[in-house]
Design a binder for this molecule. Sequence first.
Ligand code: H91
Length: 681
Amino acid sequence: MPVERSEPRSAEELHKYYELYETIGSGGFAKVKLGRHILTGEKVAVKIMNKKDLGDDLPRVKVEMEAMKNLSHQHICRLYQVIESPTQIFMILEYCPGGELFDYIIAKDRLSEEETRVFFRQIVSAMAYVHSQGYAHRDLKPENLLIDGDHNLKLIDFGLCAKPKGGLGYELMTCCGSPAYAAPELIQGKAYIGSEADVWSMGVLLFALLCGYLPFDDDNCMVLYRKITKGKYDNPNWLSPGSVLLLNQMMQVDPKRRVTVRQLLDHPWVTKDYNSPVEWYSQQPLGHIDEDCVTEMAVNMKRSRESTTALIREWHYDHLTATYLLLLSKKQRGKPVRLRREPLASEDAVSPLHGRSQTKKTLHFTDDDDAVVLGCVDLCSDYMDDCPWVSVTPKGAGEKTQRTIDDKRLASPLVDNRCVQTTTPEKGHAPAQHRQERKRRDRDPTCENKENVALQETDVEIFALPPPRTPASGKKHPRPGRSVLTTPNPSLSNGTRGTALTPKVGGSGSKELVKKKAAESKESTNLEILAFSPERRSRSLDMPASDSGKKKRAGRVFGSLERGLDKVITMLTPGKRRALRDGPRKIKAQYNVTLTGQTNPDQVLNQILSVLPSKHVDFSQKGYTVKCRTWDDYGKVTMAFELEVCLLHRPEVVGVRRQRLKGDAWVYKHLVEDILSTSSI
Ligand code: H91
């Protein structure tokens, strides 16, 4: 049977081999979704780009794809497959459930020297390898380091990387990367050596790990540049003399006096407690083809092992490459090297490796899988679309806000495009590498570390809560200097740390009261939603917004709540009915969740909603999730993030899950801290 090696034609190619779930992030003009490779059952991240939207950034994407095809290392996010159509590009990437290192740092406030060392060794390992392959990364920062399922780091975003023709010793001219991490020679527009500039960025990164803030920071770019070119920063008193020395060696203004990555491999600070240099060579060289994976694929494809090996060696980054790399990844994690054998009900009589006609939306995963997908996902309609929901645009601080409903969205039928929500399992405190080794040793393929994948049915776009009824009336003053994004960090001994978010349960926070309040709030929320929804829908669909509509709405809310309720209930599918009744999601405490001392989710939601306009944040709300955006003077979105009010199990309090979708990470940190502290959360 011939192997499909032609240019993939369209997004169909994607659906043949992958199930797609919710959006997990975005970067520039890309959207990143969680996906699952059907044949292996492995989770993947799918980076989706629209070529038209990319415009001048298209070469950057090509640079990234080429670099990622060449780089194969345990601390670099793996590229599995590229699917390109005339209009879109899909990159299938290694999934890292731990998210960005940035969020991990801010949740802990800062890391201990021991934990920093574990991560820093991995960063040195990745960078030594990148440089050994002739590349400079040029955009090193904690947002570009992801945490995988074993709590190991993976470097991403090679869009700015450079491979000088004559080798890394050759000078580069393009000034790029994030200003706060940029080396002095780079921002001065001088020719620079990529690897030397990377060491400076690694120094800034090391400082951010140990301190939880940046060594050089200012809202004003010129002031920031001056600080960087002077190379002066303050060492906080908790830094050990060894840390102060290493930071100083890395952040030397003169690149020739800067320590090199090669020197970092066996630097005394780096090897402390390890007594061994960093292992930087690839543990997954592309030259070696694994026999077990070949055998499994050869059986599946009904080919000889020799011809299968030859096909893999072509490294086309098509479905064959993806299947091999994902099988290898399964093997390395102690999972069985098995491909799905039984065809799906909707499958054609073709070999699974060659794809199938159309994705079936209900899947039961094989024995070693950690999740069962219970429902259906809309796979293609909105790759690059944003959900407009109900958008609220502040007209400047203190002014009245304007609440609009996106008619386009309402005119189209309800589309459930996100069913599966993953949550990262809580990790223990053992050092990452040690834990990984132990995990490998102890692994039993039948008792995999299960990741919690739960059905999420909150896409009821048209039904928004009414404006907050209890706006900032009881609002206290913001608490400056309080890091509301921090979760308690037992690993840090300093008494000033890790206390900010210690849940304030006590007094009114008894278990029973929490439960009662949650139940009450659920009820009231649903009533609000149901009371307002039918009116909103009909206004948008059938008639222009008018004052009389508003009056009618008010009358109906109090007059025929039950009729409205029935109407909505019958309009909805069973899943959506459930979504309305269910109230906030119940989730485990994670490091991107701010614990509140409060027990009423509606109150927390209202507090947040009432504060956003004064912070010049546009928002749209869907149930308990608030999508936030800020804009610059030219109408460009500068920041996008989500705040989701949720209920936590232990302690039983209301939490706010945060997710940055776009924008500078540190600006985001300060803004969200400001919003949450002003909301008295
Ligand atoms: N930032 C630079 O937010 C802002 C979970 C998550 C899990 C991922 C795997 C790969 C990538 C992202 C993942 C991810 C962009 C990935 C890899 C490359 C790349 C891009 C993304 C964000 C985009 C979303 C990311 C984190 C970085 C999550 N993300 N949560 N696995 O270029 Cl090579 Cl854009």
